[in-house]
Structures are given as C-alpha cells and as structure tokens.
Design a protein around this ligand. Sequence first.
Ligand SMILES: Cc1ncc(COP(=O)(O)O)c(C=O)c1O
Length: 474
Amino acid sequence: MKIPSTGMAPEAIMATLRSFKSHDMDWQSGRVFAYVYQPDETTATVVKDAYTLYLSENCLDPTTFPSTAKLESDVVRMVAGLMQGDEHVVGNVTSGGTESILLAVKTARDWARVHRPHITQPEMVLACTAHAAFHKAGHYLGVRPVIVEFDPATFAADVAAMRAAITENTILLVASAPCYSQGVVDPVPAIAELAREHGALCHVDACVGGIYLAFLRASGDPVPPFDFSVPGVTSLSVDMHKYGYSAKGASVVLYRDRDLRRYQIFASTDTTGYTLINPTALSSRSAGPIAGAWAILHHLGESGYREIVATVQAATRRLIDGINALDDLYVLGRPVMSMFSFASNAINVFQLADVLRRRGWYLQPQFSKSRAPRNLHVSVTYGVAHNVDALLADLADCVEEVRRMPPIDPQFVRSVVDTLVENPSPEVVAGLLTAVGMQPGVLPQEMALINEILDALPDAVANAIIIEFFNNLS
Ligand SMILES: Cc1ncc(COP(=O)(O)O)c(C=O)c1O
C-alpha cells in the first residue's frame, strides 16, 4: 500500500474504515465475552465526546496544558478514594494495566537499589495466575519472576509457597484482585503481611477488578480485603478502561506515598532539547483517555457504577450456575466478581470455542498450566449481560456438537510437538504452520488445532513460535 497521490474525501475514508471492520467480531452484538467493556449508549457518547475534546492536548507539558494536570489529579484522587487510600496516596494515569505494572515493578527495582543496595539480582514472587504483564516487566527490567502455585480448589495464590520462594533477593510480592484468568482474589492481607515481614514491597494488581470490587463492596456484597485498607500494600494498579468502562488507554497506578512514587519518575536535562520530565513510561501522551476517564466517573457517579455492577453480578451468577448445571462443564476455583473460566473432563474446550465462534460468540481459550486444566475464559460486562441466557442455550447445543465431532488426532499433535521441540527454527515453524492449515501473514479463525499444539509445547518453545508468527504477519 502507498499513500494515495491525491487525498480522499472524509466520507470515503470513513466508509473504507468501516468496511475494514467487516471481518472483525461484532462486539456490539453483545456476544464477545472479552476485550471490550461497553457501557450504555449515552455513557459511551459522553466518553467519546470527552476523549475527542482532549485528543490533541499533550500531557507532556502541564505548564502549557494545566487542565491536563487537573484531569489527571482528579482521576487519581477519585480512584485512590475507591481504593481506600488516605491523603498520602499518590499516583498517575497510564496507558493501561501493562504500563501501570511495568511502572510498579520499575519503582520497586529502583527503590531496592537505594534501600536494599546489596541486592544485585532482584526477584519478585507471584503466583502463576498473575498476569503476564509481570513476566514482561521482569523481562524488560531485569527483575526475575519467581513463580509459585495456587490452591487447586480456590485458585488463590498459595501463601505458604510464596513464603518458601522468598530469598535475600526478593524485593516485591504480587497479589491479584482478582487474577484475570479465573477471577479469583488472592489472600491480599496474608501476602502483604509476608512482604512486610521480609522488608519487601507488595503490589496488588487490581487492574481488572479494582473499580468493580469497590462498588460491589459498596453494595454490601462480601468482598475480601484487597486495597490500601490492608497494611503492607504499597502499590496498586486499577484500570479505568476495563470495569471503569472508560475508553482504552486509561489505567491508574497508585503508591502508598510520595517516598515510593519518587522511583517511578524520570527526568532529563541532558540533551540539547527541551527539559524532559516523565512520571510515566510515555512522554507525549494524549489527554483524551484521561478526559474520557474523568467524564465517565462524573457521568455515572457512585450510583451509576453500583447499578452496572448489580446488573453484571446477577448475570454472572446466572451464567456460572447455568454452566455448572451442564453435564460436561465446570467452573474453576472461587470467582468473586464478573469473570471466571470453565473446563471440561469430557469434551475439548478448544473445539468448543471454535464452534461457539461460528455462532458469533467469543469465549477466550486459556492453556493448561500446572494445576489448571485448559479452559475458556468469560468476562461478563454490561454490554453482554443481557445475553447470558442466550449464551447458555447455545452453549448446551455447542457441547453436543463438539461431542459429535471427530477429536483432534493426538498422534498428529504429538508429531508436530516433537518436531518443534527438537528444532524450533523459523524454517521448521513455517513448514508446520502450512501443515496445520495456516497461511503466512493470515490470521486464523479456527484455532482448536493450533491451541492444542501450543498447549502441548513447553512455554519457551510456544513463545518462540508465537513471536515468529507475529514477526511474519506484517
Ligand atoms: C489482572 C490484569 N492485570 C493486567 C492486565 C493488563 O492490562 P492491559 O491489557 O490494559 O495492559 C490485565 C488485562 O486484562 C488484567 O486482567
């Protein structure tokens, strides 16, 4: 593709952009149970209008755009309040959960360089249910993730295993509230206490759950303690662009006090250029996502969020009960809020995901891991809550359909896995992708066989293959 020699009319551009979406899943149908957090139409319009109003303002320089600093500070204070933080709690708005987590890990690393100078190879301890953003942070920042098990009944992090994993090099303990994969809240008070005992920091990843759990608690539902009310919790990440229903590009990272947040900030007067001062990872950043977050917090208010949470929580309970009532499916662990996953001892859930997808439903396949069987993840949001009965009906039909399907040939899978483990070179990967029906540069729709193979591979080989595939995609 080349830039057109003369410009296109706005209507033609919009029509073309709309046409590009024709092969995407139609999330507006309320059948995509992941990725999109959709409020009602009026609220969505408020967010869009606020976002576009601030599209061009740059948070890079609050002296030029003081309103961006006000918006950020307001959003941080509102979210800090929800997390039961006192006036000492400080934070920033970032582009998303991953950036908030990267910053929390960088802050812990740089805090330890000053306060634990004997540590040259820092480590963080987390359960394997914690989000991959911590693995990425470890990879980027040179902090080794030490992974421990979870309780096989509840799927909560195993605190005894965390205790056993602590070494002289431990700088950070991680708890999820909840973990994305199974929607289970870790025992935050026990983990934070463990961190205190060992002079380490404790980050609570409330990216997906922070806003939701705060309003669930406000409605009187039992919510385990997870926020700054727990002594020993030193930082928290809370995404506005998930159950805050704001536009993507808005998360909040919070610290117990300024003494800790100091290690997050970067400044440089070292060049011929302007003075650079970056509290977050990005430098130039649109104020649009922050304005969107500010707008939705004000538009919905506490009562609006409480209503949404009540609707979504009721729909989730119906869905969980309905899935557990189906013969061949069962929900994993003890999910607290609106996200959970289910597995099967009788049918292949990867095939089930494909069959559901043909009917317009998207549930997210997740691989087996130590004590977790392969499973499908479900995030119930306001935009899909009205569809849970329709999903349950189709789910029962689709389970029957998978039961009648030929199983994936285990010998073929074994041979592909053996070949890849022996030689995961780009040439071998390219050959095998063709053998499993994938064309270079084309994203697959039917995923069961590919998931089956990836699930059977050691993580390092699977990761290398996915990187290879993406590297060749564009
Ligand atoms: C618990 C948790 N942490 C971190 C993240 C990463 O957030 P993002 O995709 O906004 O970078 C997610 C994403 O779903 C999450 O659920």
